[in-house]
Design a protein around this ligand. Sequence first.
Ligand code: ADP
Ligand code: MG
Length: 364
Amino acid sequence: MSMLEITDITKDYGASRALHPVSLCVEQGEFVTILGPSGCGKSSLLRIVMGISEQSGGEIRLAGKRIDMLPPERRDIAMVFQSYALFPHMTVEQNLRFGLRMKNVPKAEQQTRIAHALDICTLSGLTSRMPRQLSGGQQQRVALARAIVMQPNLLLFDEPLSNLDAKLRDTLRHELVALHRRIGATSVYVTHDQAEAMAMSDRIVVMNAGRVIEIGTPLELYRSPKQAFTAGFLGQTNLLAVTASGRRAQLPWGQTVDLATEAIGPARISVRPESIGIHPDDPRTRDTGLSAPATVTGVSFMGASALYTVSIGDTLLKVSHAGGDALIEPGRTVALTFPSRLPVLEDRGEDRGREDGGHAAEAA
Ligand code: ADP
Ligand code: MG
């Protein structure tokens, strides 16, 4: 039994369907991120789990018990919002105490829990401040502490770091992961930021247009995405149309590559920029046997690496090259080498009609 089981949840706003049947499970102690572009239904789903929005269909179980007909305060779930949503007229300590009083937690126990939450969220010393006297990062820590004191079965986060500047976001991201390790609370974290999802999560649920597209660990989804949408949304990639025959495929310019799975006929593959080898002054640049030479048409120096645009036949490829002393100049002819076991992609949920019921359950 999973800690959280979301089964065939749908959401309609009037005539418009924001969630097609969405199903997913979160295990005890797991940190799962729901990742997808703005408007794909992440908040709708999280609000339904919290109980502050009603689903149109489907069921939710927490620790084996059906909760979707309970009011939010009886679900044993706490949520942290992007907007912090602190009580503005209460001090930090009063903000933390409020939920505990509502739940009739004994006074001594309130004290212990508040002190602990202040400590692990590094807020000690700020207990009598009002929210307006705190920085954005401190306010977000209070929101987190207020969730933690409830010792919920499940912690929900809706883009909690989006309002913070990049540096603070990075710091709090690390703090959140460390905190999760310490308290081990089962967590569902929503973000549109793929780097954040990759850095924080045990597993990522990729969503688009109201559907679950694919679920996996960050490594699985990055290295071996099954869906074109996942490949394109997580990091940079080259999506290429190929002609496959078994485990081999022919690239548009004639070069052949090795596939991770068998395919026949037209197929799409994902090739990460950093997985392509780029070789100037290579014998292969002279004797390629290919329909077209590969030519560098652009280069961006990124510090740790250089990102090249390489034109080959009618295709423009992104190729990233780490290290190296000298950049390869635009105009140079290069040889390209490709990794083996390239993932063959399916096209679930990219630009499809929205009325066909979805494939969420398959993905889950
Ligand atoms: P996300 O959090 O991924 O950005 P949302 O869950 O907020 O996405 O929204 C999903 C879709 O539902 C969007 O098309 C949005 O416009 C729509 N939507 C969200 N809330 C409402 C609402 N209260 N009334 C009508 N439409 C809504
Ligand atoms: Mg949202």
